[in-house]
Design a binder for this molecule. Structure first.
Ligand code: HEM
Ligand code: FES
Length: 780
């Protein structure tokens, strides 16, 4: 049995006598809102991200007296807890969140119920040893064999209702296909969908729900029957252990390595995986269809461009995931987000809140199928326990959407239907999802839209190249010598994504992809503006954008993404721009002016005609603007300007390497965190196999070693070993591919870290930096 459920909820675990500032007149630090937090009331399930919005802003880590858990709501905190599975043990992941009464325990015992450690709640080092032995079946090449079966099932189930004009997609498709696929993957004989559904509901309520004492009795009988059914299935499989499927492989590994894959694991996993392998995917699929059909523009976008579907799946997993909260237990006194957490405390990590954190996602409340960072959601967990089946879930969701956008693009939600969910902390998916359409308009009836053969199917996170929206060049203004300001708009006149100061977009046209910082009016949602500098001797991208793009040209745009965020909390801001580096700096100045902050702009260029945006700067920021025009003999002296830097100054700079490196030298005397910069070229970051050496990367959290060949980047080696390390620029400019270093010297090649940060050897950019020696240990 897993350890008993948490203490009765009402007792506050905090020693009130040590509190300097109690939050409540009674001296209790639990605020009124924290005390009212109740994940079993309908509002939590309806919109968990919204339900916890107040906490993300005001009390990101709080004690919930009703649950007896610490609730963690911000992205960085949730991720940090997930990634440290020694300090935050997963042992409580399958614990009953509502303590069992003695009567319930008696019922469960009468069925021989002995749920114990599986994979998801196992501690190290046992967990990793087991995970490694059982990982093969999840590798992309093995999963590829499931694709034809998923597609055939999707078509067959759709055939059953396509002429009816109305369906409950949950009952008529999304529950059964993931169940079939899960059984096939596991090698388990079909036990009947209805019975398994009843069992899965009981298992969810038993583990993550708050049933009344009376309801618990019924649930306990169902859980007991589920346990027995799972044991009978397992015994049948063990009698013929040469069958195909993951559970058969597990049985064979148990016979070879009973110490790593023990009997109790087999028994517990047999039951747990029956629910985990299909409920998660059924729910995620229903949530995704609901999300996309509610945001019709997104649905229309994927119908028009099915290449967007893989990213739409990630965006739906972000905003409407099927696992919305997961659990850990502190193994020592520690802190999360600055809040003291005592040893033994239980934590509820609310991924559904973290996924809406504006500190990590731009415009988190918008559903944006073009969002490149969507894949960074935490719905699959993170770190050593990250979902092993994530690619099975993804591929099913992807195939279902591919089939629907071709065969029923005109489908709509039945208006006004209320969505209902099972009340629990963690598993979220609607009980039903009713849709309607006009069968006479089905494309296949008119033959107007023959089913095209699906493109090459890939397994894993979405390829970046597919995530781009069309925009039209609405205006093109010469801003000076070789400088063009491009004003871009949605071709249909729609709204474009919001962005914040420092954000950039990628423009894609004529085979070129280049990054440009945004510099328009931040509150204008109808256009995005960039300035392109024509580089006569460059690689051709800027020449193409300046020479070939005419007003009316349609091009592709990806982003916005912000890797140069403004820390708005500081007192005084010193902004530096060299040449075209003025674009993000002007956006920052606009924002600071709007906030009423103290700021100064120092802008250096060769001549006035080579300096962009001067008129606008002089109009809006004249009192704060200092120009250094070389042709007029004006020179910028950084030490003079930066004589009074204090801890609450922030220095932001965008410009050539010379400017940045001089600032870096000066910053050695400043408090940490003052200097922030963005380079605009990637010289010296490219891989040159003739000069590189191979090395080994040891991944500490995952207990895996990866060989990095001389002709490979560390990022490539990590990605081909199945680690979803995100990357954006691939040339050391953006910081997206950052990995924490535990041990070993780094040959830093990026343009993101400061000199001081490099010297500490705590972080590296995997797309370009390498081990200085033969070996490096990473926190992955
Ligand atoms: C673990 C979510 C589909 C098998 C997990 C965890 C989450 C999760 C949140 C815990 C992660 C952590 O503790 O860091 C999901 C979602 C799915 C999905 C949202 C669908 C959209 C699947 C499928 C399978 C599967 C289809 C198997 C066929 C597993 C296993 C683990 C796991 C074996 C334990 C991994 C470990 O502890 O090392 N999943 N899952 N999942 N999932 Fe999934
Ligand atoms: Fe941009 Fe590595 S992906 S720094």
């Amino acid at each position: 049995m897993t350890s008993p459920a948490p203490l009765a909820a009402s007792r506050c675990p905090i020693d009130h006598t040590t509190l300097a500032q109690p939050r409540d007149p009674n001296g209790c630090p639990v605020s009124a809102r924290a005390a009212a937090f109740n994940p079993f009331e309908p509002a939590y399930m309806q919109a968990p991200g919204d339900y916890l919005r107040w906490a993300r802003e005001q009390e990101p880590v709080f004690w919930s007296p009703q649950l007896g858990y610490w609730i963690v709501t911000r992205y960085e905190d949730v991720k940090a807890v997930f990634r440290d599975n020694l300090l935050f043990s997963p042992a409580v992941a399958l614990e009953k969140i509502t303590p069992a009464t003695p009567e319930v325990m008696g019922i469960l015992q009468s069925y021989g119920f002995a749920m114990n450690r599986t994979m998801v709640n196992e501690d190290e080092p046992d967990h990793m040893a087991r995970r490694r032995l059982l990982m093969d079946a999840f590798l992309p090449e093995r999963l590829a064999t499931l694709e034809p079966m998923i597609r055939a099932l999707a078509r067959e189930y759709m055939d059953r209702f396509i002429d009816k004009g109305r369906a409950d997609l949950v009952a008529e498709m999304f529950y059964e296909i993931p169940l079939n696929i899960a059984l096939k993957f596991l090698g388990v004989p079909d036990e009947g969908a209805e019975q398994l559904r009843q069992f899965a509901v009981a298992h969810t309520l038993n583990t993550w729900g708050r049933p009344t004492a009376q309801e618990q009795l019924d649930i306990a009988h169902n859980v007991g029957r589920f346990w027995q059914t799972a044991q009978n299935i397992l015994d049948g499989m063990r009698a013929q252990p040469d069958g195909e499927g993951w559970m058969y492989e597990t049985i064979r590994q148990h016979l070879k390595h009973p110490d790593v894959v023990p009997e109790s694991y087999l028994r517990s996993m047999m039951m747990a995986i029956l629910a985990a392998a299909h409920e998660t995917t059924s729910n995620a699929t229903a949530n995704a269809f609901h999300t996309l059909l509610t945001h019709r523009q997104s649905w229309d976008d994927i119908c028009a461009n099915p290449a967007l579907i893989p990213n739409a799946v990630e965006e739906c997993l972000r905003v409407a995931g099927s696992i919305i909260a997961w659990r850990r237990q502190a193994t020592a006194d520690t802190q999360v987000g600055g809040v003291a957490i005592p040893k033994g405390a239980r934590l509820l990590l609310v991924q559904a809140s973290a996924n809406f954190d504006p500190r990590h996602f731009e415009n988190p409340d918008d559903i944006d199928v073009y969002r490149e960072s969507a894949v960074e959601h935490l719905t699959f967990g993170y770190g050593a326990h990250q979902c092993m089946g994530k690619n099975i879930g993804r591929m099913q969701m992807r195939i279902f959407l591919e089939e629907f956008v071709r065969r029923l693009p005109h489908m709509r939600l039945v208006p006004g239907q209320a969505m209902s969910y099972l009340s629990n902390t963690s598993f979220r998916g609607p009980d039903a999802l009713w849709v309607v359409w006009e069968p006479a308009l089905n494309p296949e009836r008119s033959g107007s839209r023959q089913l095209p053969p699906p493109g090459a199917f890939f397994i894993g996170p979405p390829p970046k190249a597919s995530i781009a929206r069309s925009v039209v060049l609405r205006e093109k203004h010469a801003e000076g010598e070789g400088l063009f300001r491009l004003v871009l708009a949605d071709p249909q006149g729609g709204v474009l994504p919001a962005w914040s100061a420092g954000a950039h977009v990628d423009l894609i046209a004529g085979g070129f992809r280049r990054k440009y910082s945004l510099c328009g009016e931040a509150n204008d949602r109808s256009t995005l503006q960039v300035v392109v500098q024509r580089e006569a001797d460059g690689r051709g991208g800027s020449r193409h954008f300046c020479d070939q793009l005419e007003v009316g040209t349609v091009l592709q745009l990806s982003g916005p993404k912000n890797l140069f965020k403004l820390d708005e909390s500081a007192r005084h801001f010193v902004l530096f721009a060299g040449g075209i580096g003025i674009t993000p700096v002007m956006a920052m100045a606009d924002r600071l002016k709007h906030l009423g902050k103290s700021y100064e702009i120092h802008y250096a260029g060769r001549s006035r005609t080579q300096m962009a945006l001067l008129a606008r700067l002089e109009r809006d920021h004249a009192a704060h603007l200092h120009l250094y025009v070389k042709s007029q003999g004006q020179r910028l002296s950084l030490p003079a300007v930066l004589a009074d830097v204090t801890a609450d100054t922030r220095v932001y700079a965008c410009g050539p390497d010379r400017l940045i490196s001089e600032l870096e030298s000066l910053s050695e005397r400043w408090p940490a965190g003052v200097l922030h910069f963005e380079h605009f070229n990637a010289e010296g970051t490219a891989l040159d196999p003739s000069k590189e050496h191979a090395f080994v990367a040891q991944l500490k959290d995952s207990n895996v070693e990866i060989a990095v060949a001389a002709d490979q980047t560390l990022l490539q080696a990590l990605q081909s070993a199945g680690f979803d390390v995100p990357c954006d620029c691939n040339e050391g400019l953006c910081g997206t591919c950052e990995v924490a270093v535990v041990e070993g010297d780094v040959d830093h090649r990026d343009k993101v870290l400061t000199k001081g940060e490099r010297q500490t050897n705590r972080r590296l950019m995997a797309c370009c930096s390498r081990a200085a020696g033969q070996r490096i240990v990473l926190a992955l």
